[in-house]
Design a protein around this ligand. Structure first.
Ligand SMILES: C[S@@+](CC[C@H](N)C(=O)[O-])C[C@H]1O[C@@H](n2cnc3c(N)ncnc32)[C@H](O)[C@@H]1O
Length: 190
């Protein structure tokens, strides 16, 4: 894989959809490009789990790729910023038209079906150490060899708990680091 900072941008229609969701700080273009480089090559019918949807910048990209690749999508958020965001997010995702399951609850309470295998886990929910640890404890064991985990806000100065907490999990030898673009960090299970 090229260095994450040198990856091509997602297609224009996807970039436009991301920009249309406002809040550029939640997913910058170089970060979207890194996540897109993984998404576009996931096998057909992959299971993708997103923790933290809010405005839907990452969600729309995931859903647009999923439409062609027939992914099984699980999105989770309890929308701390207000239920109006939830309503907007749901409307936008229905417009894209890729089927999804929304878990409107705390991410560590999500009960995925027995035997679920996660091909890509995207973590952008609770950015405190306890919340990230709870997500890692709850989901990482469902990622098989060749599966991916992506953490947003890794190394962001205003969210200092993310990097050390993630590093604590990714230090395990079963994880291969694929790099960091801005604050998007991705690992693959060896
Ligand atoms: C930074 S925003 C996500 C931004 C989104 N990925 C995007 O690209 O637009 C974080 C979201 O995580 C949600 N959140 C925080 N802690 C959570 C938890 N424990 N379970 C579920 N959602 C959580 C918040 O409600 C918020 O909407």
């Amino acid at each position: 894989m090229s260095h994450p900072a040198l990856l091509p941008m997602p297609p224009d229609n996807i970039l436009r959809a991301i920009h249309g969701r406002g809040g550029w700080e939640s997913l910058e273009d170089n970060e979207a490009a890194f996540l897109y480089s993984i998404l576009k090559d996931l096998p057909l019918f992959s299971t993708v789990v997103e923790i933290g949807c809010e405005l839907g910048r990452s969600s729309v990209m995931i859903a647009m790729v999923a439409k062609d690749r027939h992914f099984n999508l699980h999105h989770c958020d309890f929308w701390v910023s207000g239920s109006h965001y939830a309503a907007e997010w749901i409307a936008c995702m229905h417009d894209i038209g890729s089927p999804f399951t929304l878990h409107h609850m705390n991410s560590s309470s999500v009960d995925l079906p027995e035997g679920t295998v996660i091909n890509l886990l995207y973590v952008d929910g609770d950015h405190e150490a306890a919340g990230i640890s709870a997500d890692c404890d709850h989901y990482l064991h469902m990622i098989p060899e060749g599966g991916y985990v992506a953490f947003h806000d890794y190394g962001r100065g205003s969210l200092p708990s993310v990097k050390p907490t993630v590093d604590n999990y990714m230090v395990e030898t079963s994880w291969e680091p694929l790099g960091v673009s801005r604050t998007m960090a991705i690992w693959r299970r060896k």
